[in-house]
Design a binder for this molecule. Structure first.
Ligand code: WTA
Length: 680
């Protein structure tokens, strides 16, 4: 693996165009005593009569063009200024931002910081082997990116191509993404846990002729043969001409004619690489994600709008300041890794952690040991990991010094109250705000989160709460009518476009329109349900397909899970609706107990029913409770509800593609457990 040599003095941040962006950073100092919009957000200095967070939010949606123009001018470095702020029409699914503008994303993430602070650390690679972290400065990352950009160019990769990256979270993966951006190619990062078939499907759909991978991956002390997976995948990908192979371990792998040793070839390249001048709306990357059909969709994000939105949300949702160490533990194969491990932090000149390991390797103290060692200020993780760690007890957290932490983030699924409180009380010692951030691959960046807020404004556990600047959420009823009152639930839509949203589905614009714009004409439909409280705060109630209807009462499965999870014996749960003769739908709960809990299942079932009945209503009580050792999950940690639903419907034929499961054996256990429940 390419390690920093710390000896090159030759770097030229060619073609940097310095904007005013460097100068505003020093305004963002801590210790503000009261709210002052311009001090909080220097870009807002020219917004007339705006004082306070809520006023700034109002302005950002009512004067959306002014808001985004000011932010885009100041926060990004442009090769050519944009002519128009936006040209969007949600009813047509047309989304264009900053047209006429030209810029280079890698220059925004690297060169301009190299110009002002070349020796600042850009990446801290927290390798799987604990205590062996490696730091890369902005100068080193730029150099690595330029060599890689030149190498790709020499091998014929050009503007408009799409390079598939199948690598674990590591500096060369980041440099690969940035090298694509530098020369104008799009990237398609495929999570390195996907099977060869899933990888092949994505390579084919993206029509990549170039793949970048590593010989082997190392995660949780286990070796994965990534190059071998690529070999198998490219068998069915006639478009692939070349595969670049980096060395994560010493192990030599078989190299075919199309394979190129990445580090060896990089050494031959120059450390200066002319950045391509890209149009704002040129494609930056594709990222595949699952929809309600079996075929993954390649969501398309473009240059300026995406980068701006990732940078702005990173800065303000997490309260990231110059000099902080940002620790997002998501894999770069997911949108969270794209926006908050790579693009947001680097656009802001931040120091970002690349986490290669797992929360329990070599023991359940891994995250907090890392927080202590790297002095992480903002920690951003997933509820599923938090729930897992709760099972192991507080001592694994308390063993380590977490005094560097200022903000804790949560993403990817609803965070239940118990997990939220543990995260807040045990991990954050009650000092750190917990920001439950709601967003999607489609939205590019965080759309709803408790922060930024007025100083000392309340944060409600388990609620994403406040829309970010420029975001205007609305709720719709089942007839497609706008719900205007508070204390109400509905389908979550966005009434206005924002720069970070996806532009299309690669090769399938029709599917893009049908999924997101046709259900509620004039609005972007998120596919999620939400509740708006009396105070106007948003709480995500789960995917709409996870909403069940019991005797005419709507109930989010997440709401029932939240109650079940509050039981001290329960580690996690998944609630599924199933077809019921009388009630329409019934409630089926899968429950995983904490390690070492010794209770009678019958007693616990009664207790859980009582709790649900007490906290929600009797109709929400599970008809069946199945105790399981574990739940089937994707490799990113999401519970595969589709699989659970099929098991509960006794439709084993329809289980579908299980290749994205973390451990397919979990499904067999669930099927057997279900048979036992039915036979009782
Ligand atoms: C869910 C991940 C509740 C939601 C960034 C969304 C959440 C889907 C939250 C997107 C949250 C994400 N609370 N649910 N804070 N964050 N989700 O594309 O259902 O992997 O639609 O993006 O995750 O998942 P994706």
């Amino acid at each position: 693996m390419w390690l920093p040599c710390r000896c090159t003095t030759k770097y030229v941040a060619a073609s940097i165009r310095r904007g005013v962006s460097a100068s505003f950073l020093h305004v963002l100092r801590r210790g503000r005593s009261s709210w002052n919009s311009a001090a909080f957000m220097p870009e807002s200095a020219g917004f007339e009569g705006v004082s306070g967070r809520d006023a700034l939010h109002d302005y950002s949606v009512s004067h959306s063009e002014n808001f985004w123009a000011a932010v885009a001018r100041q926060r990004l470095n442009w090769i050519r200024p944009f002519d128009a702020v936006q040209d969007c029409d949600l009813s047509q699914g047309r989304i264009k931002w900053f047209e006429g503008g030209k810029l280079n994303v890698s220059v925004n993430c690297l060169d301009r910081h190299v110009h002002t602070c070349p020796e600042r650390v850009a990446l801290i690679w927290e390798r799987d082997e604990r205590g062996s972290e490696v730091r890369y400065t902005y100068r080193e990352l730029l150099e690595m990116t330029c060599r890689l950009g030149n190498l790709l160019r020499r091998h014929g990769v050009k503007k408009g191509d799409c390079v598939t990256i199948y690598m674990p979270t590591c500096p060369l993966a980041v440099a690969s993404m940035l090298a694509c951006a530098r020369i104008g190619a799009a990237h398609n990062v495929v999570f390195a846990g996907f099977s060869s078939e899933a990888l092949a499907e994505r390579i084919r759909d993206a029509q990549s002729s170039t793949v970048i991978t590593v010989n082997q991956g190392v995660r949780g002390g286990k070796i994965t043969e990534l190059k071998r997976t690529v070999d198998a995948a490219v068998q069915s990908c006639p478009t692939v001409r070349q595969v670049f192979v980096a060395m994560r371990t010493e192990k030599r792998v078989e190299m075919a004619d199309r394979d190129i040793a990445l580090e060896e070839e990089m050494l031959k390249e120059d450390v200066v690489c002319e950045p391509a001048a890209m149009d704002s709306e040129d494609v930056l990357f594709l990222l595949y994600t699952s929809g309600s059909t079996g075929k993954p969709k390649g969501l398309v994000h473009t240059q300026a709008g995406y980068l701006l939105y990732a940078a702005l949300t990173h800065r303000y949702v997490f309260g990231y300041h110059d000099g902080d160490v940002f620790g997002c533990v998501a894999d770069i194969g997911w949108i969270t890794g794209h926006s908050y491990t790579v693009y947001g932090p680097l656009a802001n000149g931040g120091t970002t952690v690349l986490f290669e390991s797992t929360p329990v390797y070599p023991d359940p103290g891994r995250y907090w040991d890392m927080v202590e060692r790297l002095r992480i200020n903002q920690f951003y993780g997933a509820p599923t990991a938090i729930r897992l760690l709760i099972r192991y007890g507080d001592q694994w957290v308390k063993k380590y010094d977490r005094s560097s932490l200022t903000t804790l983030g949560s993403v990817g699924e609803p965070i239940n109250t118990e997990a939220w409180e543990w995260y807040n009380r045990v991990v954050g010692e009650g000092r750190c705000p917990v920001v439950d951030t709601w967003w999607q691959t489609e939205t590019g960046g965080i759309c709803i989160a408790p922060k930024p807020s007025e100083p000392d404004a309340e944060i409600v556990p388990g609620m994403a709460m406040r829309p970010f600047f420029g975001i205007k959420p609305v709720l719709m009823d089942t007839e497609g009518k706008l719900l205007t009152s508070n204390n109400t639930s509905g389908a979550l839509c966005m009434a206005q476009p924002w720069p970070g949203m996806a532009r299309t589905i690669h090769n399938n614009h029709q599917r893009f329109l049908e999924t997101y714009f046709h259900p509620y004409p004039g609005y972007f439909f998120t596919g999620d349900g939400a509740y708006r409280s009396q105070e106007g705060y948003y709480q995500i109630t789960g995917r709409l397909d996870d909403v069940i209807n019991v005797s005419g009462h709507r109930i989010g499965t997440a709401e029932i899970e939240d109650v079940v999870n509050q039981c001290s014996a329960v580690a996690e749960s998944a609630v599924i609706g199933y077809s019921h003769n009388i009630k329409g739908q019934g409630v089926y709960a899968f429950v995983v107990l904490k390690k070492g809990v010794d209770v009678q299942e019958v007693d616990l079932s009664k207790q859980l029913n009582n709790m649900v009945s007490e906290k929600i209503a009797k109709y929400a009580c599970p008809d069946f409770i199945q105790f399981a050792k574990r739940l089937p999950k994707t490799r990113s940690g999401k519970i595969m509800r589709r699989v659970l639903r099929k098991v509960v419907d006794c439709d084993l034929e329809g289980l579908g593609d299980l290749s994205t499961l973390d451990d397919p054996a979990a499904v067999q256990e669930i099927i057997e457990g279900h048979e036992k429940v039915l036979s009782k």
